[in-house]
Design a binder for this molecule. Structure first.
Ligand SMILES: [Zn+2]
Length: 253
């Protein structure tokens, strides 16, 4: 083999190794979940907040929370596709009671229940992304989807799963922590942390459950972020990674 052939062969080898390193870096930095990242046999129920006559928050140019939460749920389902069985409490623009939402998760015997909202419709003073887990009636971070009164004092009729969330609070907090860890990697999100609250939609869930508020929809600059998939898809993928991390940590959950 001539010297020129040796030089060409060496150059080709260098190019091969350079491309291989680039490929490895791309895989490591990718937000897309590797096929084997999350062995799936779990049931996840996602709850797109609001629907029908209940639009939730509304942005300055009319984008509604109910449409954003549905899109976010669909994106999370897509990110978990092929790994887990994912169900949505609603798949279109219609209204569901809070109890109906939780009932879907219980009847599906879900391993996880996640209710999705955007900030800006409630009475939160701060705007940003927050994750709630259930804490009973003494929660310090009141959420509008929370009970206002002590149940026994209010004389509210209890159904059998009114306190179903209580045994799962520790894992719900872990789920909140792991999803939060992934979400805060997104520099476009204003982190409002992990909060505990007596959320009604979580109270009856007989499995680890959290409520995620992504937002806000106001002002218009924030609203525009939610249009199209450029903002929502990375958020959905981050939530999916948090879910997978939770299943890896807890096994059968
Ligand atoms: Zn909402």
């Amino acid at each position: 083999m001539s010297i020129s052939h040796l030089i060409i062969a060496r150059k080709r080898l260098l190019i091969f190794w350079f491309l291989l390193v680039l490929l490895l870096v791309a895989v490591l930095k990718s937000d897309v979940l590797p096929e084997d990242a999350c062995p799936g046999d779990k049931v996840v129920v996602l709850d797109p907040g609001h629907g029908g006559h209940d639009s939730g928050a509304r942005g300055p140019s009319g984008l509604t929370e109910k449409s954003v939460t549905l899109q976010l749920a669909q994106e999370i389902k897509k990110a978990l596709s092929g790994r887990h069985a994912v169900y949505l409490t609603r798949t279109g623009d219609y209204y569901l009671d809070i109890d109906e939402r939780t009932a879907v998760a219980n009847h599906k015997r879900a391993n996880l229940f996640i209710s999705l909202h955007t900030c800006g419709c409630f009475r939160h003073k701060g705007h940003g992304t927050a994750i709630f887990y259930y804490s009973g009636s003494t929660g310090q971070n009141f959420h509008p989807l929370s009970q206002k009164d002590d149940i026994s004092e209010a004389g509210e009729k209890l159904c059998y799963w009114d306190y179903s969330q209580s045994p799962h609070i520790r894992k719900s907090k872990l789920l909140a922590t792991l999803v939060h860890q992934e979400l805060v990697k997104n520099p476009k999100l204003v982190d409002k942390g992990i909060l505990h609250s007596p959320c009604l939609v979580l109270r009856g869930a007989d499995m680890p459950a959290i409520l995620i508020e992504v937002g806000p929809l106001n002002p218009s600059a924030e609203e525009n972020r939610f249009r199209g998939g450029a903002f929502i898809s990375p958020v959905a993928e981050a939530i999916a990674r948090g879910i997978c991390e939770f299943f890896e940590r807890t096994g059968s959950a």
